[in-house]
Design a protein around this ligand. Structure first.
Ligand code: B12
Ligand code: SF4
Length: 467
């Protein structure tokens, strides 16, 4: 038996929603919780140090590491967290192997091994099987999906590990190792809120999206039965009242959605919790009957992955979707009473001021309840990143600059940070501060909580858009 300490870095050091600390949600690190569950099942001792939820200082983290005295320390990070990863790995004792997994490790293993000397080992893609092999001291050459330095300091990348085909066979994430009372989202309708991943991977090829790097191009889904079992467990154990699905492509298989919704209704869970998909669904996969059924099964909100209001730009980003699909989806959500949030990006391939204006006008023309306008962040491993490397220019913004509310990290054609920021602020102002929208929000007030939510959300957006 070995002791593994998993560390979730504090993402609030580099990321905030619309520039607001109080509006920034605190999410559980589900990837690490999956890893922990599997490691525990394999008979090892494991702890998750949630420095994000606890807002720990480096001094406190150092103390925790010392007290737990682990054999291995493993961290998870998105690209924007890599400077923090350096600081954390410097806190680790010399004799302890330090492992990095997650999206940045999977996208840029060479970068990690070359520029982050305290990281001994990189785990690419899904880590559940690989981590157990590492802990059980299998020789590195025999472990698929890892990258490491050989004795001469050369970077070695073993062949990829296989994706886990049967997601139902995984244990639920080890939420008992997480501070479950710390997670919150200011826009949740009910609390406590929890998060579920019901599928991994996506067959589409949107140029800006990094999901395929850890999860692959094939969508693997959990059965409706397995999801409902997890929801029931969360309701029983934590009194969960709201679920947010973090899937890459939740509605891709209509039969699975039907099975899930039928079970929610049959078990009565649709009366106990509400649920939403805030990470975004494809508009072309929604139908009116599907949305009606989802509403009956407890769904109250869907984020629509719209990205752009200009067809040519959608085509260039390989979204494989028509503006008409998007308009239908937004109208149907409105018709059945499911709130919709439009997710938009500025700075896509081929954009200019006019295409960004088209996006703002399109957003305003849809019956959306909310919208977010992100600055495009070309992440390593994505097609957009490759195109900028060849035809544009990356700006030196550091890892911290790789977030959707930073100033922008590249120049490509007409797209530059100044234009993206200007249009992002315009979009927030024009979308939220218009009489018809404000009126609609006020007409929908049902409780004191609604007023608080609208006032808080409104203030944050106003602050961001006007500063
Ligand atoms: C939830 C989420 C968030 C949450 C935070 C979640 C958290 N606790 O960190 C919030 C909303 C705060 C967020 C913010 C941002 N996010 Co985000 N987010 C996600 C999302 C949708 C789901 C993550 C998740 O839970 N996945 C499910 C679990 C099971 O998978 P996993 O985390 O990948 O873990 C598996 C493997 O990666 C691996 N693994 C992971 N960690 C480790 C560690 C070890 C040691 C090992 C062995 C293995 C391992 O094993 C796990 C199990 O198989 C992903 C998309 C996605 N599908 O993953 C984007 C994603 C990670 N986010 C992304 C981005 C760009 C951002 C933002 C920059 C966006 C912004 N608005 O500015 C910020 C940056 C925040 C930050 N600094 O980390 C990109 C990251 C690209 C990159 N190279 O960094 C992704 C991939 C989305 C995308 N389409 O491109 N995000
Ligand atoms: S943006 Fe959505 S549809 Fe496009 S590749 Fe990513 S997960 Fe798939």
């Amino acid at each position: 038996m070995v002791r593994l300490l998993l560390i979730q870095p504090n993402y609030r050091l580099v990321y905030s929603y619309a520039g607001s600390d109080t509006a920034t949600p605190i999410y559980p690190p589900l990837g690490l919780a999956y890893i922990a569950a599997v490691v525990r099942e394999a008979g090892h001792d494991v702890k998750i140090l949630e420095s994000n939820a606890h807002n720990l200082t480096h001094e406190q983290i150092k103390k925790e590491i010392f007290n737990y005295n682990p054999d291995f320390i493993a961290l998870s990070a998105s690209s924007s967290l890599m400077n923090e990863v350096d600081k954390l790995s410097n806190l680790c004792p010399e004799n302890v192997k330090v492992i990095l997994g997650g999206i940045h490790a999977s996208s840029a293993p060479d970068e990690v091994l070359t520029n982050h000397p305290k990281i001994d080992l990189v785990v690419r893609r899904e880590g559940e099987e690989t981590i157990v092999e590492i802990l059980e001291n299998k020789p590195y050459e025999q472990i698929d999906g890892i990258s490491y330095r050989d004795n001469n300091g050369n970077n070695i990348h073993n062949k990829d590990s296989k994706f886990i085909e049967d997601l139902d066979s995984l244990p639920f994430p080890a939420r008992d190792l997480l501070p479950m009372d710390k997670y919150f989202s200011f826009e949740a309708r009910r609390s406590p809120i929890d998060y579920i991943v019901s599928g991994r991977g996506c067959p589409y090829r949107c140029t800006f999206c990094a999901d395929f790097i850890t999860s692959g191009r094939k969508l693997r889904i959990r059965s409706g039965e397995s999801i409902v079992k997890e929801i029931q467990f969360l309701v029983d154990k934590y009194g969960t009242q709201e679920i947010d699905f973090q899937d890459d492509n939740f509605t891709f298989y209509p039969d699975r959605i039907k099975e899930f919704c039928d079970l929610m209704i049959k078990t009565g869970l649709n009366k106990k919790i509400v649920w939403k998909v805030a990470n975004g669904v494809r508009c072309d996969k929604l139908t009116l009957p599907m949305l009606k059924h989802m509403k009956k099964a407890g769904c109250y909100m869907l984020s629509l992955g719209i990205e752009s209001g200009n067809q040519e730009i959608l085509d260039k980003m390989r979204k494989a979707e028509k503006l008409e699909d998007i308009r239908n989806a937004a109208n149907w959500c409105h018709q059945v009473g499911i709130e919709s949030r439009g997710l938009f990006i500025f700075g896509n391939i081929g954009e200019n001021r006019q295409t960004m204006r088209d996006t703002i006008e399109f957003a305003k023309s849809l019956p959306l309840d909310t919208a977010t306008f992100h600055i495009c962040i070309p992440m390593p491993g994505t097609e957009h990143h490759e195109i900028i490397k060849k035809e544009g220019k990356f700006l030196d913004v550091g890892f911290e600059g790789l977030t959707a509310y930073s100033d922008g990290a590249f120049i490509l054609g007409d797209v530059n940070p100044k234009l993206m920021s200007e249009m992002q602020k315009k979009a927030y102002k024009q979308f939220y501060i218009r009489p018809s929208f404000v009126m609609k929000r006020f007409l929908r007030i049902r409780s004191l909580d609604d007023i608080k939510l609208i006032a808080k959300g409104g203030l944050e957006v106003l602050k961001f858009a006007t500063n």
